[in-house]
Ligand binder design. Structure first.
Ligand SMILES: [Zn+2]
Length: 172
């Protein structure tokens, strides 16, 4: 396994819409292993493929930090239902270091996804895990949590985002 470089705000791939995965082979499962290793190394609770420069619909989620048995490895994940109930919780992102802010999201979701062998699964997720999954799926559509902040908060972090963009200029 190997860790990959996490792309930072301003790098174009973070704004790409990721493509569906069609081939379920050894290289996909190796890539998933590398994503898990990268997420762990960075102390993240989730990681989307676009964050390591790969515009494919793949994400990993660390449901219980410290318990590798509960890791979610999601290929072509799709939210099929969301609860009416929402809450507002502070989020951060490995790709937007130094920035946090509250995002309103549905508390519960239902999800369809494929595993690394292509088998289809459905699952329900509740508070926190549902939030992490929604955050990661946003990444696969080129959406960052900063896009979902209140206008007032967006104005507050504008300078910080500009600084991150400047630093990532010239990187792929
Ligand atoms: Zn993120």
């Amino acid at each position: 396994m190997a860790t990959m470089r996490v792309r930072i705000y301003g790098e174009k791939v973070l704004r790409e819409k990721a493509a569906e995965v069609a081939g379920f082979d050894e290289s996909l499962s190796r890539f998933l292993d590398d994503m898990v290793e990268t997420m762990m190394a960075e102390d993240g609770v989730g990681l989307a493929a676009t964050q390591v420069g790969v515009a494919r619909r793949i994400a990993v989620v660390n449901r219980e930090p410290g318990n590798a048995a509960t890791l979610l490895r999601l290929v072509n994940p799709k939210i099929t239902a969301t609860s009416d109930e929402t809450d507002s919780v502070e989020e951060g992102c490995l790709s937007v270091p130094g920035v946090n802010g509250s995002v309103v999201r549905p508390v519960e979701i239902e999800l369809e996804y494929q595993d690394e062998k292509g088998a289809r699964h459905t699952m329900k997720a509740g508070p926190m895990v549902a939030r992490i999954i929604q955050h990661e799926l946003d990444h696969l559509d080129g959406v960052l949590f900063t896009d979902r902040l209140s206008l007032a908060k967006k104005i507050l972090i504008k300078g910080k985002l500009r600084e991150l963009s400047r630093r990532s200029e010239g990187k792929g």
